[in-house]
Design a protein around this ligand. Sequence first.
Ligand SMILES: [Cu+2]
Length: 118
Amino acid sequence: MLTLKTRLGLLTLVGALLGCGSTYGGGGIVTPPAGNTIAATDAIVFTPATLTVNAGQTVTYTFGSVPHNVFFNAQTGTPADIPGNNSNVSIDRQFTMPGSYSFSCHIHPSMHGTVVVQ
Ligand SMILES: [Cu+2]
């Protein structure tokens, strides 16, 4: 049977494992630069997930070491998709019409983002 000492040991082990999560990263883009930038990160997310810009402005998509792409949901005013496997590159897209433009990465279907153009 488990003694109190054993249970405390297990709790300590779990805490140590959770603490290891903070060491993730290293290589790739950690902090997106200022400005109208959306980072497609090595952590398999778009950061920020929602970006608001003014009509006519350009959004820079930055790609880290993990390949991603950007496909916009079909609607009037979307810029061209960014197909293929993009890594270690930055690609600009201009948004000319007000609206809310959702996009996703086809390599990682859980990756979604939105550009709100006002
Ligand atoms: Cu992706």
